[in-house]
Design a protein around this ligand. Structure first.
Ligand code: 7GP
Length: 811
């Protein structure tokens, strides 16, 4: 079964002869143009040139990759495998030019570099925070020379492209690899066969699953280079294919063209599209198939890799392997590993369970109960009958342990069971994750605390030592160096080197410069230039709220403030000029927030077309927020809006990207905002609103949003403007849903936090008018945010959960 292929490095010639002189680079580029694209410089299209450039850069990483594989083989280290249904990798070209040190060579060798670089397409294989976090963690793992592989799905269609039509969101397919993907290496020989459906029988006292349907998982990998090191790790993405020969020639001959490819289509549908859902549970059989497909292919690949050096030595498995589950999407890995060990490798249950439990770690990314995945028992029973048996067995043993600890506590047993009974029987994936993992973590201090106190309380009481916190982080390479080159140069010249890119705590060295007039002036100039690049007014305060749309994130609170500003200006006030930037996608079926998007654009149209308002206020909603657009927005931002209802946002990572780029935060005590404020200092953070405890109390009392509406004249005027047709050409019904949800329910306490938010905004304006004071705060935000590097996050995971050692790659 195992191919036993081992990545030894003995090419016999020195491949580094690829070389980095301008001549070497130009020759390789030309060679790719001739031999890969079959064209010449004169007749090359922009796509030809892009593809050839990408290969030229990629080949420089491929050689490092070969040396990395050799070093890893030699070291036989403990490995981290990161299982994630989502990766938002961002554009590859600029990153890989930077990491290979070939940016200048490329600019010299390519006739029209900017047009060429513009062909680079971002693989949007994720929805939002969780997917981008996965990409940042991979970047840091490689940078820190840690042996790791990311596993995911190679969706044909990534996160939809957002268009705005009459102000409303329209979704278009993201055919990201339509022109090919030069960054990727297919490895069809490493394919895996995945089963679905069928039945389980007993053979010689063993359970045997005979699937009724099989699909091929074909991997390809993309390179994940470290910065400032020769390590190049990989992310391995699985694509579903029908077995060879699935095309039905007979049907085709009878003119049944659709039926002839039915099997092929059914198989390939599994990796066809990323589900565009963020923080909500989604129950679709195809989604469950995707999850199992990812898990099954990846575990077999992990075992194949384990077998290179440790074949059959199962007692070594958990010592050599740690698998991190990125939220609940890959949690079927737990019963799948049990199935492989017990049914296929014939280990006894207890031994298999020890190995499984010691292998997994689980990261939770939410606090919203509705985001905790559950699957109908009937669906699992049909699709994965053997897995259901295993889940039941895990549950029986687990509940026996709970009963022993808490005799007679029936309510507790019901809450902790892996099976929810009412209103329909479902499997609780988060419970399964906690039971089957040796470590569970939240993604910010407050989140981990609330997880243990609320969402996963029973489990934290049973196994307190299993619960950890690992605060999120972001990669400074992409989100400072690449996104904001001018600021990066300024930082490097102030600090005397660019070592901060690998040790972000060095940013502390910028603190004294907050008091340096010339430095502040230069800092402001860069911010101005970045605003021009984004296309917003350079002297306006750039006030940004960029993230997925969700009611708990309260884009509506920002909009109420915007409407109040508009009304004040109409009444003759002259506030400090500001541009309010909204960007983000809404899940296609999430109508409550799609209405908010429509309303924002309606307000934008009114505000932006009113000449009396123009000197003071603009509203900008660029469509299709993604990593690429984010990289343009963060460097231009003055004010970072992190205004979720306290107790709802697990962490946030946009808050970190913005602070590192010198935006000052206005925010609630939610997620990682708490830690940002602790570090940058209360004087450099605009705090408002209820805290998590107050919010929970108010929500569980008899909260009446109308009381706030009636008591606050400005709030009432803003809300009324939504209902009286001001932004809808007189149509009073256009935003009736938004209005009703605010006044009747206001689930996320927007009205309760309105006045406190406006007071904080008044403070923002006061400080902004003192440009020197503002700039000092901006500099201190950057200087004190070094903690939020994903390198620190990886160091924390390595120390508290993974126990990995670096493997250096020989030059
Ligand atoms: C997000 C959280 O909402 C965000 O607060 C956090 O910063 C990010 O994960 C990374 O940890 N969650 C998701 O993107 C998501 O899809 C599914 O959660 C439960």
């Amino acid at each position: 079964m195992e191919t036993g292929k081992s990545p030894r490095h003995d090419p016999g010639v020195d491949l580094r002869a690829l070389g980095n002189t301008p001549q070497d680079f130009a020759r390789d580029l030309l060679s790719n143009l001739y031999y890969e694209r079959g064209t010449t410089v004169e007749s090359a299209s922009a796509q030809d040139m892009y593809d050839s450039l990408a290969r030229t850069v990629r080949d420089r990483l491929a050689e490092r990759r070969a040396r990395t594989a050799a070093a890893h083989y030699q070291a036989n280290p403990r490995w981290l495998y990161y299982l994630s249904a989502e990766y938002m990798l961002g554009r590859q070209l600029e990153q890989n030019l930077l990491y290979t040190g070939t940016t200048d060579l490329a600019r010299e060798a390519v006739p029209d570099f900017d047009t060429t670089a513009a062909q680079d397409v971002e693989p949007g294989l994720g929805n939002g925070g969780l997917g981008r976090l996965a990409a940042c963690l991979l970047d840091s793992l490689a940078t820190m020379d840690l042996p790791a592989v990311g596993y995911g799905i190679r969706y044909d269609l990534g996160i939809f492209k957002q268009d705005l039509d009459a102000g409303g969101q329209v979704e278009r397919p993201d055919d990201w690899a339509f022109q090919g993907n030069p960054w990727e290496f297919p490895a069809p020989d490493d394919n895996q066969v995945v089963g679905f459906y069928g039945k389980v029988t007993s053979v010689d006292g063993r359970r045997e699953w005979e699937p009724a349907e099989t699909v091929l998982g074909e991997p390809s990998h993309m390179l994940v280079p470290g910065y400032g090191t020769d390590t190049v790790n990989i992310v391995r993405l699985w694509r579903a294919r029908a077995a060879q020969g699935s095309f039905d020639l007979t049907r085709f001959a009878h003119g049944q063209y659709a039926e002839a490819v039915a099997d092929v289509v059914r198989s390939e549908n599994i990796s066809k599209v990323l589900y565009p859902d963020d923080s909500t549970d989604l129950g679709r059989e195809l989604r469950l198939k995707q999850q199992y497909f990812l898990v099954s292919c990846s575990l077999r690949d992990i075992i194949r890799r384990f077998s290179f050096r440790n074949d059959g030595n199962w007692d070594e498995f958990a010592a050599k392997t740690t698998i991190q589950l990125n939220d609940t999407h890959p949690v079927l890995a737990i019963p799948e590993l049990m199935r492989l060990l017990v049914d296929e490798y014939e280990l006894d249950w207890d031994r298999a369970w020890r190995i499984t439990h010691d292998t997994f770690g689980y990261t939770c990314h939410t606090l919203l109960p509705e985001a905790l995945e559950t699957w109908p028992v009937a669906t699992i029973e049909n699709l994965l009958p053997r897995h259901l048996e295993i889940i039941y067995e895990i549950n029986a043993r687990f509940l026996a342990e709970v009963s022993e600890r808490f005799p007679g506590d029936v309510a507790r047993i019901q809450r902790m069971s892996l099976v929810q009974e009412e209103p329909e029987r479902r499997i609780r994936m988060a419970n399964l994750a906690v039971v089957g993992s040796r470590a569970v973590n939240g993604v910010a201090a407050l989140h981990s605390q609330l997880l243990a106190e609320t969402t996963l309380r029973d489990f934290a009481e049973l196994w307190p030592g299993r619960f950890h916190n690992v605060t999120n982080g972001v990669t400074p390479r992409r989100f400072v160096k690449i996104a904001n080159p001018a600021l990066s140069d300024l930082i490097s010249s102030a600090l005397g080197s660019d070592a901060w890119l690998r040790d972000l705590s060095l940013l502390q060295g910028l603190e004294p410069f907050a008091a340096d007039d010339a430095f502040r002036a230069r800092w402001r100039e860069i911010k101005r230039a970045n605003k021009l690049t984004l296309g917003v007014a350079p002297d306006f305060l750039t006030d940004v709220i960029v993230k997925r749309f969700h009611e708990y994130k309260r884009q509506l609170l920002k909009l109420l403030h915007t409407i109040t500003l508009y009304q004040r200006i109409r009444a003759g006030e002259t506030p400090a000029p500001r541009t309010v930037v909204f960007a983000g996608k809404a899940a296609p079926g999430y109508w409550a927030v799609k209405d908010v998007i429509r309303l924002i654009n309606a307000v934008a149209a009114t505000v932006n077309n009113d000449p009396a308002v123009a000197p003071y206020l603009k509203v900008f909603f660029p469509a299709n927020y993604n990593v690429t657009l984010g990289q343009r927005i963060y460097p231009a931002a003055d004010l970072s809006e992190q205004i979720s209802l306290a107790g709802k946002e697990a962490s946030g990572t946009g808050n970190m990207k913005l602070a590192l780029n010198g935006a000052v935060t206005i925010g609630t005590l939610d997620g990682a905002n708490v830690e940002i404020r602790d570090r940058v200092g209360a004087d450099n953070f605009f705090l408002f609103g209820l805290d998590a405890a107050e919010a929970a109390t108010l929500r569980s009392s008899d909260y009446r949003p109308r009381d706030y509406y009636e008591r606050d004249d400005e709030l009432r005027a803003a809300v009324d403007a939504i209902g009286d047709g001001t932004f809808a050409g007189g149509d009073r019904q256009a935003f009736g849903g938004v209005l009703a949800s605010l006044l009747d329910r206001d689930e996320y306490l927007t009205l309760a936090d309105f006045r406190s938010y406006l007071d904080a905004q008044a403070e923002v304006e006061k400080v902004w008018l003192d440009a020197e004071a503002w700039t000092a705060k901006s500099i201190l935000n950057t200087a004190r945010s070094g903690y939020f590097s994903s390198d620190r996050t990886i160091a924390d995971y390595t120390r508290t959960i993974w126990g990995l050692d670096p493997v250096r790659v020989n030059p």
